[in-house]
Structure formats: structure tokens, C-alpha cells
Design a protein around this ligand. Structure first.
Ligand code: PLP
Length: 235
């Protein structure tokens, strides 16, 4: 099987999972978008996914994503591609990320929000931002502590150059994802009350996308189930 055939088969299976999960949750499929997380995979794979109809890709490291986005622009010059940063982000990378990313899903501190707002001044269009909420208290996985979330939301909403788009969260590494996604759904609901346009709820990965869709996810971020296994160190 060629890589293209392999990716096509994985994409078909993945779309079926999303479709079944939406049906089970009695939600329209149009409410849930698929973000293909291409970290550790080459630009050639992204090109094949573009050929298969995908246009939104997630990356977790600036050092990897910046050259990959440039390479893809050469490989598929006509494609309209959207890149989203989903990984932990140091403030000193804000300027670089603001050059290649259309969306940053992992904004978890006031200082990072401020750095991105400054960096976004150099952009033609505003940078869309999801605030990442910590659902497991693990500082190594990023995310804003729930008690600080309101302040972060207001900071992003007030920043020139940033558009508050919603909230993102990662299920705990151990234990049941459902209670964490329920907490995240309540945060999203609260956020929409004050900011009706910030409708995005980014939740669910290869292993737990059905549960996330049952809890209102509007964006599943899928790597492994689409592209295959990654070396452990970079997962
Ligand atoms: C890698 C990554 C994903 C994709 O995870 P899979 O389990 O491979 O689907 C999703 N979200 C974030 C933030 C990631 O870093």
C-alpha cells in the first residue's frame, strides 16, 4: 500500500468514527471539525492529506512547524492551508509562531497572551486564540489553572490583534476522560455566555474523541489515528 492509500484508509476510518460519535451524541457532524496533528511527520504527508481534502493542521513545536509550513507552501502552492499551534509555547517563540500559525490553541498565561498580542501586530489578520485550561493540575502539560481562567479570557478578549475563539483542554493521562471533558464543557459554556462568538471547544484526540464529542467538542485534534505512531519521545 502506498502512503497515500494508507492515509486515505485511515482518514475514511477516522471520519466514520467522528460520524458515529456525532450520531450517538445527536449532534450534526458539521459542528465538529477535524484538526490533523502532523507533528513528527514530514511535509510530504501533509501534502498527501491536502490532496485528500484536509486543510487544517496542528503542530506542537515552533522549531518543527515553521520550516514545515514553508515547505508545504512550496509543495502545494495553490492550497489554502490553516496551521494551528497546539503545543506548549514559550513566550520567546511568540513572534515566530505568529508568522506561521493562524490559530494558537495553547494560550495558558497572561504573559504568553501579551507576547502573542505584541507579535500579532506584525500580522495582516488577527491571530485566533483558544485559552488552554488545565484539567489535571499537571504543570508539565500546560494549561491555565481554572481559577485564573477568567482573567486570561478577559486579557485575550481585550487584546488588539488577538481574537478569542474558545477553549482547549487535554484529558488527564491517567483515569477517565469523561469527568475532565465535563468540566471543560462547563468552562466553554461560561465563556460563551460572556463572549458569544468564542464557540470553539477543542477536546479529544485519537483515543478519546468519541467521549469528547459526547461532551460538546467542536474540534478533535487527531495525530496517531490518522498518521500512525510517533516515536515516544516526541509524543
Ligand atoms: C499530539 C497532540 C495531539 C494528537 O494526539 P494523538 O493521540 O496522536 O491523536 C492532540 N493534541 C495535542 C495538544 C497534541 O500535542
Amino acid at each position: 500500500m502506498s502512503r497515500r492509500e494508507e492515509l486515505a484508509a485511515a482518514l475514511t476510518a477516522l471520519r466514520q468514527r467522528i460520524c458515529d460519535a456525532c450520531a450517538a451524541a445527536e449532534r450534526p457532524e458539521s459542528e465538529v471539525r477535524l484538526l490533523a496533528v502532523t507533528k513528527t511527520f514530514p511535509a510530504a504527508d501533509v501534502g498527501l492529506l491536502v490532496d485528500l481534502g484536509l486543510a487544517e493542521f496542528g503542530e506542537s513545536r515552533d522549531q518543527e512547524a515553521a520550516p514545515k509550513a514553508a515547505e508545504l507552501a512550496e509543495l502545494r502552492p495553490a492550497a489554502r492551508i490553516r496551521w494551528e499551534m497546539v503545543g506548549r509555547l514559550q513566550r520567546n517563540k511568540a513572534r515566530s509562531v505568529a508568522r506561521w500559525a493562524d490559530v494558537v490553541q495553547s494560550v495558558d498565561s497572561l504573559r504568553l497572551a501579551d507576547a502573542l498580542a505584541r507579535a500579532a501586530c506584525e500580522r495582516r489578520v488577527p491571530l485566533r486564540v483558544l485559552v488552554q485550561a488545565s484539567l489535571d493540575g499537571d504543570p508539565g502539560r500546560g494549561g491555565c489553572p481554572p481559577v485564573e481562567l477568567d482573567a486570561l479570557v478577559e486579557r485575550v478578549a481585550a487584546a488588539d490583534g488577538l481574537v478569542l475563539a474558545g477553549v482547549m483542554g487535554l484529558a488527564p493521562l491517567w483515569g477517565e476522560p469523561a469527568p475532565a471533558f465535563e468540566v471543560l464543557a462547563r468552562m466553554a459554556e461560561r465563556l460563551r455566555r460572556d463572549h458569544p462568538d468564542a464557540v470553539e471547544l477543542s477536546a479529544g484526540m485519537s483515543g478519546d474523541l468519541e467521549i469528547a464529542i459526547a461532551h460538546g467538542s467542536t474540534c478533535v485534534r487527531v495525530g496517531t489515528a490518522l498518521l500512525g505512531g510517533r516515536p515516544l519521545a516526541s509524543s
